[in-house]
Design a protein around this ligand. Structure first.
Ligand code: PEP
Ligand code: MG
Length: 325
């Protein structure tokens, strides 16, 4: 069976009726990159840069970051690489960077909020990303964005980093695509406004689900409520994709749900541009994609939108995908 799956690594990720879907990998280390490439990933849709900052005693220097970003970009040989700027806080802590004790760390000092507060750290990372951008198809992505102002403030720091590199005569991609994670309900609701500020969206279903349902993604006690097929999440996804399409920007999905077989008809019917997932999910998803018709998925999707409960939704998806008898 493994050999059979390996065969799929070679061919295009396309449905029988011609819908091409980019299947990319979420990685947080160089080792994961190798697994992803062996699994047929066409690019990295989410490079979680936190690992560069963890397990050490100080912030990584520009040069150290540049070396890593550059080697990943080169290893991808021209396939896209989406580098997400630092997303610490919440569940991810650094030994050498004290975040005061918080009652609600997931709603606290984290991600783009830290970057905009510590512009020194942010600019160092952006400079490293910019320098790596001439070695591949590098894009930059901001996490946990909730407003247009945050995007603009982040872009001011990016422009500053560009000016510095110009002055130093260091080359970079002037047109580096800029994207945001859509992972907070506020971002979904103003997706039409955010879409006018960026080149692409990537839907982070892990946090989006946590915030939409008010269910802590780490809390075992309520894990049964962490339900990715809740109709509210499906509506959030629909709103986001439609806003992106309306404004003509790319939209992908990079949360865990992207690698869930049951969700494939949703992505195909909404016509998302790409899915980014754990390395091990790529081949199984790709195999199914090759035999799943987009027009049939659209039919299923129309039915899903009539459903009132997630169990009905799951039932219809499983029946269509023949995941249960
Ligand atoms: C997400 O929130 O869906 C996501 C992809 O990012 P992370 O899991 O790193 O928060
Ligand atoms: Mg997230």
């Amino acid at each position: 069976a493994k050999r059979k799956l390996q065969h799929f690594a070679e061919c295009n990720a396309e449905t029988p009726d011609g819908k091409f879907l980019r299947l990319e990998a979420n990685i947080s280390s160089l080792k994961e990159l190798e697994i992803a490439l062996a699994g047929g990933a066409t690019g990295v849709g989410l490079f979680r840069t936190e690992f560069l900052y963890m397990d050490r005693s100080r912030f990584p220097k520009e040069e150290e970051q540049y070396e890593v970003y550059r080697s990943v970009a080169e290893r991808l040989g021209g396939e896209p690489l989406v580098i997400r700027t630092l997303d610490i806080g919440g569940d991810k802590q650094l030994d050498y960077f004290e975040i005061p004790e918080e009652d609600n760390p997931f709603l606290g000092y984290r991600a783009i909020r830290i970057s905009l507060d510590r512009k020194d750290l942010f600019k160092t990372q952006l400079r490293a990303i910019l320098r790596a951008s001439i070695h591949g198809a590098v894009k930059v992505m901001y996490p946990l964005v909730t407003s247009v102002d945050e995007i603009r403030a982040a872009n001011v720091v990016l422009a500053e980093a560009m000016r510095e590199l110009d002055a130093e005569g260091i080359p970079y991609d002037r047109n580096i695509p800029i994207g945001v994670m859509i992972e907070v309900p506020a971002a979904v609701i103003i997706a039409d406004l955010l879409a006018q500020e960026v080149d692409f969206f990537s839907i982070g279903t892990n946090d989006l689900l946590q915030f939409t349902l008010a269910v802590d993604r780490m809390n075992e006690e309520i894990s049964h409520l962490y339900d990715p097929f809740h109709p509210a999440l499906l509506r959030m996804i629909k709103t986001t994709v439609e806003a992106a399409k309306e404004r003509g920007i790319k939209v992908g999905v990079c949360g865990e749900l992207a690698g869930d077989m049951r969700a494939l008809p949703i992505w195909l019917s909404l016509d998302v541009d790409g899915l980014s997932m754990s390395a091990h999910s790529i081949l199984p998803i790709k195999e199914r994609l090759l035999s799943t018709r987009q027009d049939e998925c659209r039919e299923v999707w129309r039915n899903l939108q009539q459903c009132r409960t997630s169990s009905e939704i799951i039932g219809k998806l499983e029946a269509f995908m023949e995941l249960k008898d």
